[in-house]
Design a protein around this ligand. Structure first.
Ligand SMILES: Cc1cc2nc3c(=O)[nH]c(=O)nc-3n(C[C@H](O)[C@H](O)[C@H](O)COP(=O)(O)O)c2cc1C
Length: 326
């Protein structure tokens, strides 16, 4: 057990408590807007409605909050991480470029938040190296936006827990040597094949197999590539782009081949085919993600990108030119 005297260990232990993230704003005696990012926010009382938060004594905003009759607490939404970072910068001009409304006591109100509480300063308490502010809520509003979270010193996103674990999930967790439903490769693979199976009818309608579709998709990101460049990009899937594939794409007028460099270009018909396939892919995606809300969808994609980055052996990046690497 770490001793109380170890402030870093204490801070780390406190970080186990997952919180939301707020920005607290007020207006100082000179009429200047002030504010900072704070996760020390908590509810206190329902009747009367009261909330609290605490401010570090060394904050440049201390005098402003000490003397303010009113303040506003903004619960940040999942997409407001940049705003949170901006208001966590000491003494910066944090309000530059922001669209503001005015609340009770003329305090600045920020837009796009999950919830906002306008407060009258009710009490101030000494709290070690912080001052605790208790506010009586005199007005509030909220929106159905996913919240930004903070846990273990990092931002996080909320995901609702799925329904209770199935019996087989529990058995898998207990039997690590057994190949079971919990194996990541199985989960990713099965999800991929089930999703892709939904595309088969559209592919068949266009006379394409998976390899032809991959090749076309690569050309859709950027055409003018050679068959070899495309083969290198899709090789990791196990797909082998043969001369027959390239010939079939050109014979059906989907792709035009330039001589003598052998570069492949999408024709108008090829672009139309891609648009139709993209619509089918989007429909399959929407169907698959039907069980998730927007925040969970963003979280799922975020985690999958993380897995892809973490396991990438150095594959060529089809989007490299979009990212300005060319
Ligand atoms: C997620 C997060 C939560 C924070 N929570 C608090 C808090 O509850 N109280 C506090 O005084 N500072 C907190 N801070 C730090 C302040 O936002 C930071 O020190 C800011 O620079 C203070 O600005 P000021 O000195 O201009 O007032 C937090 C920072 C982050 C990123």
């Amino acid at each position: 057990m770490a001793s109380n005297a170890d402030p870093i260990a204490f801070r780390n232990a406190l970080g186990s408590f997952a919180t939301g993230v707020t920005i607290v704003t007020t207006r100082d005696a000179a009429g200047q807007d002030c504010g900072l990012t704070a996760n020390s926010f908590n509810s206190v009382s329902l009747d009367p409605p009261m909330v609290l938060w605490s401010l570090a004594r060394n904050s440049m905003s201390m005098d402003a909050f000490r003397n303010a009759d009113h303040f506003a607490v903004h619960i940040l939404a999942a997409d407001q991480e940049p705003l949170s970072n901006g208001f966590a910068k000491r003494g910066a001009d944090k309000f530059a470029g922001l669209t503001l409304e005015r609340g009770a006591g003329d305090v600045p109100l920020l837009a796009g938040c999950a919830a906002r509480f306008q407060c009258r300063t009710a009490y101030q308490y000494e709290g070690g190296d912080h001052v605790i502010f208790v506010g009586e809520v005199i007005a509030f509003d909220h929106d159905d936006r996913a919240p930004l979270l903070f846990h273990g010193g990092r931002y996080a996103l909320a995901a609702r827990r799925a329904a209770a674990l199935t019996a087989s999930d529990a058995a898998d967790a207990e039997a690590p040597g057994r190949f079971g439903e919990d194996f990541l490769g199985y989960l990713l693979g099965r999800a991929h094949f089930q999703l892709y199976a939904r595309m088969q009818t559209s592919l068949a309608e266009h006379g394409l197999d998976a390899t032809g579709h991959f090749a076309l998709s690569i050309l859709g990101i950027q055409d003018g590539r050679t068959a070899q460049e495309i083969a290198d990009m899709i090789g990791f899937t196990g797909a082998r782009l043969t001369d027959d594939h390239s010939r079939s794409l050109t014979e059906r007028g989907i792709v035009r081949r330039d001589e003598p460099d052998g570069r492949l270009w999408l024709t108008d018909a090829g672009r139309r085919t891609l648009i139709e396939l993209a619509a089918a892919a989007k429909a399959a995606e929407e169907d698959a993600l039907g069980a998730f809300d927007d925040n969970e969808t963003a979280l799922l994609k975020h985690l999958l990108k993380h897995v892809i980055r973490h396991t990438d052996p150095g594959l060529p990046d089809p989007w490299a030119s979009d990212r300005g690497a060319d």
